[in-house]
Design a protein. Structure first.
Length: 598
């Protein structure tokens, strides 16, 4: 009998257990540095081909004079296509969006695989939890007896089935889940892998292990105990359960007269005991995310931080657009609603200074609005009423060179078809899953990184609960109105109209109406711009966040310094959603408060 083996059987190894699963799409044996949804892409190309073919048939069928009998045949074939091919595809897409599911059936199937995999992780972990602690004696018994080994092998076969059904390869969400499974197998067998790799093991700067194997086992037992206690193996389901669908820490109310289509204006009253400083902030949010990014949780809230300085805060809530919003374009989202909301704010606080704060797309769209507002006021002989705007990760320049947007523009050229988007989603708007698919293309392995990072922090119990609001925000986007989406892609992303000075907005002034916005009006009107950008941001690369270097109160040497009255461009080693870090958020708040004070 081997020492420590209470039953006289040889202990099964984690390598042996993994060999039962074999090589699957969750392994990334190809060595990709990102997730590759190859089946979804293949199906997408086929769908585009089918709709392209029907469009060609429709063109022929309408020209009977030229094509004669061929036109009649084309019309007949187009009708067949519409009834049995493209019609059902459109119906399926619209029903999926209406029910909140992913219209990509391949991705939707992956979603069920995630649920099944995390359920297996939960039940297998729970088998070894006793009174909230990992039961080492039970693990030893299971890993050494024939019955126990069969039990583990059966589980591995179930994991294998799910992994082999998976439709993506590379650095995927499922690969991150498999790292947690590997960690669990090491804990059960108390045996390292033959290659020496240990999931979630800490290392020194030189790459050497920062802990002994016994210390590794102890730390990761806590990790699995925490995840099991919270049933937090599935980040989406966990975030929904903990938050109950509600995120944000600050109290707010909707301004009754603000409703315009489904867009409303939120007002965040100052907490009791804080005196107003006479200044108001108008927060502009992206169209594709819930606005709570400004107010995720206490300690992770821009609103909470600005309230402490006495600012009154109003925020744009785009809601979840329905069929009534499908034909609303950027004229509405980039001009009409801002005119409406700012008029309400000025009536409520006639003597207050109004500052603007915009995040990502919200900042992108507010800049030409402010320039057009400055044009209108100067034409009327009036002074500009908004003199300071703070931008957070807001791209303004879109090209294939220094902006950093070449990758996304390449994806758009390859995959984006505005007519197809309208045919599929014209009655329901672009779903968040479709937007996320494009975003993932430019963020190498982002789903893998998010899930692996969540598991990696789970050794600290409070880190699990602390992440719930952000995970809910991340996994629950909103729809993008189809016409506005098409204009965003074509006019701003591909034609770079704002930066090039060709972007048009309506105006009650006939001389300005539908004319290109003069962005230099910001300088003429004395508007100062605060530009906060990150070097690790693939969505709004630092090279695209150039408003502070281009427009407004640009002065000699104003970039990256804090001279009163000038623009301020601050570049940090941060990513796009830096507000989820208390440290990074505190740095931003300190800098933006200094800008607003001068």
């Amino acid at each position: 009998m081997k020492k420590g083996n209470i039953v006289g059987e040889e202990k099964i190894t984690p390598d042996k257990l993994l060999s039962i699963i074999g090589t699957t799409p969750a392994n990334n044996f190809q060595g990709f540095q990102t997730a590759v949804p190859w089946k979804s892409k293949m199906v997408g190309q086929q769908v585009r081909g089918l709709f392209g073919y029907q469009k060609w048939l429709d063109t022929i069928s309408k020209d009977v004079a030229v094509f004669g009998p061929w036109a009649l045949a084309a019309a007949w074939q187009s009708s067949i296509m519409d009834n049995f091919v493209t019609g059902p595809i459109k119906a399926q897409a619209r029903m999926a969006v209406g029910s909140g599911r992913n219209p990509d059936l391949i991705a939707d199937m992956n979603g069920w695989i995630y649920k099944g995999y995390t359920r297996l992780l939960y039940t297998l972990t729970g088998f070894f939890i006793k009174d909230g602690k990992f039961d080492r004696e039970k693990a030893l018994r299971i890993s050494t007896t024939p019955e126990g080994k069969d039990f583990l092998k059966n589980y591995m076969e179930e994991f294998a089935q799910l992994e082999n059904d998976y439709n993506n390869v590379g650095l995927t969400r499922l690969k991150a889940m498999k790292e947690l499974l590997k960690c669990l197998l090491v804990l059960i067998t108390e045996t390292p892998f033959a290659d020496g790799k240990l999931p979630f093991a800490k290392s020194n700067p030189d790459g050497t292990p920062a802990m002994s194997f016994e210390e590794y086992l102890a730390e990761n037992r806590i990790r699995l105990e925490n995840l099991f206690r919270e049933n937090a193996f599935d980040i989406k389901e966990y975030s929904e359960r903990v938050t109950r669908g509600k995120i944000g820490c600050s109290e707010y109310e909707y301004i009754e007269e603000s409703l315009i289509h489904r867009v409303k204006l939120r007002y965040y009253p100052l907490p009791k005991g804080i005196k107003p400083n006479g200044k108001t902030i108008y927060m502009c949010t992206p169209l594709i995310n819930k606005p709570e990014l400004f107010d995720l949780a206490s300690g992770k809230s821009v609103i909470e931080g600005m309230h402490k300085e006495g600012f009154r805060i109003y925020l744009v809530d785009h809601g979840d657009p329905g069929w009534e919003e499908t034909n609303l374009g950027l004229d509405f989202y980039g001009k009409t609603l801002h005119d409406h909301f700012l008029s309400i704010i000025k009536k409520r606080h006639p003597r207050a200074e109004i500052y603007v704060m915009g995040y990502c797309m919200g900042g992108t769209l507010i800049m030409p609005y402010l320039a057009r507002r400055a044009e209108e006021l100067m034409a009327a002989g009036l002074e500009m009423d908004i003199k300071k705007v703070a931008l957070m990760a807001s791209p303004m320049k879109f090209d294939d060179e220094g902006s950093g947007h070449k990758a996304m523009r390449s994806v758009i050229r390859e995959s984006y078809d505005p007519l197809l988007m309208k045919q599929l989603f014209g009655a329901v708007n672009i779903p968040s899953q479709t937007i996320e698919f494009g975003m993932n293309e430019i963020q190498p392995g982002v789903q893998h990184t998010v899930v692996l990072g969540f598991y990696g922090r789970a050794e600290a119990w409070d880190a699990i609960e602390d992440s719930a609001p952000f995970l809910f925000w991340l996994t629950h986007g909103t729809k993008f109105p189809v016409k506005a989406h098409s204009q965003w892609i074509q006019n701003i992303f591909m034609e770079n109209q704002i930066y090039e000075g060709n972007y048009r907005l309506p105006s009650p002034n006939p001389e300005l109406d539908n004319k290109p916005v003069n962005m230099d009006a910001l300088r003429q009107a004395g508007v100062a711009i605060f530009d906060y950008r990150g070097t690790r941001d693939p969505i709004a690369p630092a090279g695209s966040c150039v408003a502070g270097e281009t427009w407004g109160q640009v002065g000699s040497g104003n970039v990256k310094i804090l001279s009163p009255g000038l623009n301020r461009t601050i570049e940090k080693n941060i990513g796009h959603i830096f507000v989820v870090s208390r440290k990074h958020l505190a740095e931003y708040l300190e800098a933006v408060k200094a800008f607003y004070r001068t």
